[in-house]
Design a protein around this ligand. Structure first.
Ligand code: HEM
Length: 486
């Protein structure tokens, strides 16, 4: 009898049965979360609990569930309770989930303050140049290119140059990329459940955190010593930021917040860029439309050869609206963060159930984004779904009004909602759109084919990593357009 277990007298959510104690449903959830959650929803409704690694996970699904989870009160459930074990060793102390939520919210604002339209205008030419230089290092043609690691490399270059400042970008070739990789090795989903597991990767992780921190501390000092305080980047914004109580972030905290920002944007962006290119390879009509759009906007003609296309500005990039639709549709199908979690700290009620303290409260945009009622033929890649819609569009605020709260009862939330909403959305659109626009003008590309059947091989989604990446190795074939060959 579920009722007797709660103080409020309201029953606990239905429980998904499992056979293996402790491990519970870790395997089906870990490997195919969307299918698993959809099956549970059919049997138990849109709120249910299952055990995983000895923890109770309660999911609230669909737009109502999204609204509930993303806007749950701080006094009821916290993100830091769910994520601190995972993130504090990677980012470092004094920031994000290592501090009270109100402090983190101010830190988020400092980062957000750097992501302005005037900064974006300077970022677009930087990303164009980085992309052109990077693609310039590729051979003219390859039958098989493993795409995700390439996109990861390009995103480290573009994001670090725009957000971290020129000094860090200049050091990339020496050690930052390697340090980044070591930090990443410590970012394992298993850490959500076990604190400080002594995995060998962690020695490298801790060392990488120390060296990265020292690198940023050195740059901070140089900027102050040389009075070079004009950069429009996140580092400068954190240096300038003043908390409401009049204090400032410590230098260590600034360094750690830089690491956190880098990590938050890296895989989410590189996987998104990869999925878009896989989807375009699989959908030649969408690809043709995209190339036509760029050509029309930049030259007024639909078929200008690539070597005659001029570079584009931030304003022109904003006019690539079909590209927006392509990106949204790809984010819908391959949402990088499929589940969000909070730790319940005080019993809460939801739809007649009590979700007790100690449970992980979970929402899944990946499930609501595949809802056939909202998205007919949900498996189909169809950018035109978005041509008339501004759902999920936009920024943290519109005309000064915070839209995060309003937008939470939605099927489409790849960037989350509420107090933990992503601050990187606008930057992610700029960075990813620029990379894709530069790629499609430089190359023709295709999926690799099965030898026997000649069928396209579209990579599966790997849900076991922290963000949903293409299962390795995911290949494309490509060829540089003849007019651009050396
Ligand atoms: C939060 C997705 C890029 C920084 C989030 C959340 C999601 C998300 C779903 C909410 C997590 C939760 O509620 O638990 C994405 C996607 C991206 C992306 C899909 C790219 C396609 C970026 C970039 C940055 C960034 C480029 C940095 C410039 C952050 C930060 C938070 C956040 C600071 C706040 C975490 C919190 O308040 O707890 N992101 N993100 N993200 N993201 Fe992003």
């Amino acid at each position: 009898n579920n009722k007797s277990e709660t103080r409020s007298g309201k029953p606990l959510p239905p429980v998904v049965p499992h056979r293996v104690p402790i491990l519970g449903k870790a395997v089906p959830y870990g490997v195919q979360p969307v299918t698993f959650l959809q099956e549970c929803m059919q049997k138990f409704g849109d709120c249910f609990t299952f055990t995983m690694m000895g923890r109770k996970m309660t999911f609230c699904l669909n737009p109502d569930g999204n609204h509930f989870v993303f806007n749950v009160k701080l006094s009821h459930a916290t993100a830091e309770g769910a994520y601190d074990k995972l993130t504090v060793p990677v980012f470092g102390t004094e920031v994000v989930y290592d501090v009270p939520n109100s402090t983190f919210m101010e830190q988020k604002k400092f980062v957000k303050d750097a992501l302005t339209t005037s900064a974006f205008k300077t970022y677009v030419p930087i990303i164009i140049k980085e992309a052109r230089d990077f693609f310039g290092t590729w051979a003219d043609k390859k039958e098989k290119l493993e795409l995700f690691p390439e996109m990861a490399e390009l995103t480290i270059r573009t994001a670090s140059h725009c957000l971290m400042g020129k000094e860090i970008r200049d050091q990339l070739h020496s050690n930052v990329a390697k340090l980044y990789h070591d930090l990443d090795g410590g970012f394992q989903p298993i850490n959500v459940f076990f604190r400080w597991l002594p995995l060998p990767n962690y020695i490298k992780r801790d060392r990488a955190n120390r060296i990265m921190t020292e690198t940023f501390l050195k740059i901070l000092k140089e900027r102050r010593d040389t009075n070079n305080l004009e950069s429009q980047d996140v580092l400068q914004s954190l240096m300038d930021g003043v908390y409401r109580d009049g204090s400032k972030m410590s230098d260590e905290a600034i360094a750690h917040m830089m690491i956190a920002t880098l990590m938050a944007g890296q895989h989410t962006s590189s996987t998104s860029a990869s999925w878009i290119l896989f989807e375009l390879a699989n959908n030649p009509d969408a690809l043709a439309e995209l190339i036509k759009e760029q050509s029309m906007i930049l030259t007024g003609r639909p078929d200008t050869p690539a070597h005659e296309l001029p570079d584009f500005t931030y304003e022109e990039l904003r006019k690539f609206t079909y590209l927006d639709c392509v990106m949204k549709e790809s984010l819908r199908l391959h949402t990088p963060i499929h589940t969000v979690m909070r730790l319940v700290v005080k019993d809460i009620e939801y739809k007649g159930y009590t979700i007790p303290a100690g449970h992980f409260l979970c929402g899944s945009q990946a499930v609501s984004q595949m809802d056939a009622k909202r998205f007919p033929e949900p498996e189909k890649f169809d950018p035109t779904r978005w041509t008339e819609s501004d759902e999920g569009a936009g920024e943290w605020t519109i005309n000064g009004v915070d839209i995060a709260q309003k937008s939470a009862r939605s099927n489409f939330l790849p960037f989350g909602a509420g107090r933990h909403r992503c601050i990187g959305e606008a930057f992610a659109y700029i960075q990813i759109k620029t990379i894709i626009a530069m790629f499609v003008r430089e190359f023709t590309h295709d999926l690799v084919k099965e030898t026997k059947t000649g069928k396209n091989i579209f990579p599966e989604m790997d849900f076991t990593s922290l963000v949903v990446i293409p299962k390795a190795p995911g290949y494309i074939s490509y060829e540089r357009r003849p007019e651009l060959r050396k």
